[in-house]
Ligand binder design. Structure first.
Ligand SMILES: [Ca+2]
Length: 355
């Protein structure tokens, strides 16, 4: 173990030396500032612009190299313990993948650095004019950090975060000003509306123009509206048993001030999953998020409109059901020596990296 640490240290020292002084045989370093970005054909799209408008230097601890573009051809050269690999040619772009000389590259750009994956290996790249800043930024988004009751960890391009009873895991982005955004969008069933297209029926409808199906069509311009009465029931059949942890309602001005979401349990009894009172929120820009008391496992759910918020009926553009409600956490991260300061919800937490 000690031997390994010594080897790693030696490798790191060698790498930092290489940052300033290129080894012979490597391609010439990209020109010093100001860097004139080559023209990128429009048909390659925004993807190409993000990746190819800068020369990049590899700052992974396990290799050194460059990714450059001369206006026509991309050159990728990497030296690692497995030898030297090169790819050179006119790139093609498709679905977020750049293909050069038969090698497929996928990438993710975070602040002043990028993660580039090729042949199953992921390399960390920095803008050549900000290698030091990128090294610091990369250090922040790797490994496991904790302190002051907060935990933050990064693995294989995803992040997980928890503090108190708030937690989230998923993809992340890091902006140049230190804004770290973690979103659960990519997690299985997170942010997937399982009620879209469900079979629905209602006990009350304003006119034939506002059937309940219009609140389950995934379109925020079409809506359901009940007659001007309480209570109103809208029953939702998902077609199969699903795990549901919460709902999101997009009310029209004619919102519900009090409503419940219930589910039909195995003994055919309606059980309360959530009960909201005193709601005044309406409009597609102000959805009402309703976390359930606990995750319900059922095929049939229903909305129960108990009190109308206006003289009109209960009306909503969409009623969405989720196993995991879509979520996002926004933090500001700054390095502080070997530690990291994280601003969240008006407080600052000091985190240290776990060995
Ligand atoms: Ca709709």
């Amino acid at each position: 173990m000690k031997k390994l640490s010594v080897c790693l240290l030696a490798l790191l020292m060698l790498l930092s030396a290489c940052g300033e002084d290129k080894t012979p045989g490597k391609p010439a370093p990209p020109p010093a500032e100001p860097y004139a970005a080559p023209e990128i054909p429009d048909e390659w799209g925004e993807d190409a612009r993000r990746l190819l408008s800068l020369p990049w230097t590899v700052v992974s601890p396990d290799g050194i190299g460059d990714l450059t573009f001369d206006g026509e051809r991309v050159t990728w050269e990497i030296s690692s313990k497995d030898g030297v690999k090169t790819a050179q040619g006119v790139p093609s772009f498709s679905d977020g993948v750049m293909t050069v000389d038969g090698t497929d590259f996928t990438w993710k750009i975070l602040a002043d650095f990028a993660l580039l994956t090729a042949d199953g290996e992921t390399w960390r790249l920095a803008r050549t004019d900000s290698v030091d800043e990128a090294r610091r930024a990369i250090r922040l988004v790797s490994g496991t950090w904790s302190g002051d009751g907060m935990a933050l960890s990064f693995e294989k391009g995803t992040a997980s975060f928890s503090v108190g009873d708030r937690s989230i895991a998923g993809s992340y982005t890091l902006a140049g000003d230190g804004t770290l955004t973690i979103s659960n969008d990519g997690e299985e069933n997170a942010g997937v509306n399982l009620a879209k297209g469900a079979k629905v029926k209602t006990t009350s409808q304003e006119t034939v123009d506002f059937p309940p199906e219009l609140a389950f069509d995934g379109n925020l311009e079409t809506r359901f509206s009940s007659a001007y009465e309480d209570p109103v029931y809208v029953t939702i059949d998902l077609g199969k048993t699903c795990r549901i942890g919460g709902a999101i309602l997009y009310f029209e001005v004619a919102c519900s001030s009090e409503f419940k979401i219930e589910y039909l349990d195995a003994s055919d009894k309606w059980v309360e999953a959530a009960h909201v009172k005193g709601n005044t929120q309406s409009g597609v820009g102000a959805p009402v998020t309703v976390p359930f008391k606990k995750t319900a496992e059922a095929r049939q759910f229903r909305f129960v409109g108990l009190k109308r918020g206006t003289d009109w009926g209960h009306s909503f553009y969409e009623l969405e059901l989720y196993e995991i409600l879509p979520g996002e956490v926004v933090l500001t991260v700054t390095p502080d020596g070997e530690a990291m300061n994280v601003e969240y919800d008006g407080k600052t937490y000091r985190l240290t990296r776990e060995p």
